[in-house]
Write a protein that binds this ligand. Sequence first.
Ligand code: DLL
Length: 432
Amino acid sequence: MYWEPDFECMAREELEQLQLERLQATLNRVYAHVPFYRKAFDAAGIAPEDIRSLSDLAKLPFTAKDDLRENYPYGLFAVPLREVVRIHASSGTTGSATVVGYTRNDIKTWSNCVGRILTMGGAGKEDVIQIAFGYGLFTGGFGLHYGAERIGASVIPVSSGNTARQIKIMRDFKSTALVSTPSYAMLIADTIRDMGIPRAELSLKYGFFGGEPWSERMRQEIQEKLGIVATDNYGLSEVMGPGVAGECLERNGQHFNEDHFFVEVIDPATLAPVAPGETGELVITTLTKEAFPMIRYRTRDLTRLLPDGCPCGRTGRRMARISGRTDEMLIIRGVNVYPSQIEAVLFEMEGIEPHYQIVVDRKGAMDEVTVRVEVSESIFFDQMRRQKEMVEKIQKRIAHELGISADVKLVERKSLERFEGKATRVIDNRKL
Ligand code: DLL
């Protein structure tokens, strides 16, 4: 099932022509209406009319999160506020918020983009979609809400939090699809289990999870516990919100909505494009956004593009799961470490629950890493010897895979914090 097959299944050549036309229109618009871009293009000695092919785009400078902050709140808007019908913002963990805006047309495009993702993950007008993302300045709640309404589903805008109520609603209202962060889905699944609610009392069939990184292992667990088909979907407020890319039922990479977004993958150190299929930083240029166009936005998300051709028939390029963020990289005694690498080691082990926390401290001049990980009850209450063996096994694997030594602490099930929105799994005390 497709939502907009003419675009989702467009032949590559035709798609690239459309991208080029839309790119040129976008560049003209930002040059005329956004002083930041005009200055940046002028400094690079490039005028919009110099961009005659998609590869010419590489001549233009990148845009980064700091550029958004420096232009807080409305400096990068390309239309007057009277044209703007919606404003969202991301709080971020540092500095001031970044503010984004949408025209009426942008909201329409956004709804269709999200509509495509819901459709490709199995949902339709018969579905009852429970949206457990926060409604507010975060783009997750409203973004999914409008997309779900667009496809004609029955939408339950429950928002995030109050897990017992989520479950009551899910059961009583017969929700067939759950929309949330993967970590919240996991918490909901575990709570259902703890409450002893039989799976047969729920009508759930699909889960649409995004907003944060998760692993294949987590997908398997959520699918199994909730008895659903779970797909991954990706987006970021700076370029729209959810709806940038999503998985079809093949569950093998996320299709970009390429008629609306032009994607590049670059080496974050050299800024040159990576070889096809290599991992690098995702860079996105919006092709249709009116209020808040973005040119070559450095997402800081790491991924790789997958080879063309998906059995679902969509031609939109796919990317592999986001494997980390450039700004999440920890430098431990000079070694670059991504939390996702530690997660991968943990999840290889039998008896490990998908909950962990990485704590980094500095003792004198030394960085110290402690990995706290929940283990199944049988291990936690087992003899010391088995626990010790497990700790040593994890330490060895971390040393072998990542080249760092880490302290490993096994903790009891449910002792680490749970999250109703995006999970925070790294606590870096060195910055404090
Ligand atoms: O999280 C938009 C969104 C909401 C996407 C709901 C999907 C579902 P921001 O709050 O601006 O926007 O955060 C964007 O979250 O740069 C990624 O680092 C991360 N992220 C989003 N989706 C995924 C995903 C929304 N599927 C930032 N996998 C992005 C991994 C993701 N990371």
